[in-house]
Design a protein around this ligand. Structure first.
Ligand SMILES: N[C@@H](CCC(=O)N[C@@H](CS)C(=O)NCC(=O)O)C(=O)O
Length: 124
């Protein structure tokens, strides 16, 4: 079994390596709504969904995501390595425009650097 430190490093590496990370459960309706929204946004270029009810060590991942964010429930969503929150928070951020700003502030991030997308995306 991986140590807590290994699990934490895995979560942090995933959050830092993708524009959008959704820690999810496959049967969860709030997760479904969050995934639907994320996949509908044209600003989203790189999204990874982790279904922690089926993924190995999912229980440990949930515990550690909770320790990192203070949020017990899924979905638990990160945009450009910033914690957004759950589905309610995501929907609200989409409506008030803050999600778009977070999605576009990509220049400094690892996933974008790897693709050299600095000319394509405006930084806010
Ligand atoms: N208001 C939250 C509701 C999320 C929620 O209740 N998720 C359930 C799964 S559908 C949950 O995480 N339950 C605890 C658990 O699965 O450990 C949101 O919008 O994300």
């Amino acid at each position: 079994m991986p140590s807590r430190k290994q699990i934490r490093e895995y979560i942090q590496a995933e959050n830092a390596s993708h524009q959008v990370v959704v820690w999810s459960k496959s049967y969860c309706p709030y997760c479904r709504a969050a995934k639907k929204l994320v996949h509908s946004l044209e600003e989203v270029e790189d999204v990874i969904v982790h279904e922690i009810d089926v993924e190995a060590n999912g229980y440990l991942i949930q515990q550690e995501v909770q320790a990192l964010t203070g949020q017990r429930t899924v979905p638990n969503i990160f945009v450009n390595n910033q914690h957004v929150g759950g589905n309610d928070d995501l929907q609200q951020a989409n409506q008030n425009g803050s999600l778009r700003r977070m999605l576009l502030s990509t220049k400094s991030h690892r996933w974008c650097k790897a693709r050299d997308c600095s000319n394509q995306i405006q930084t806010y």
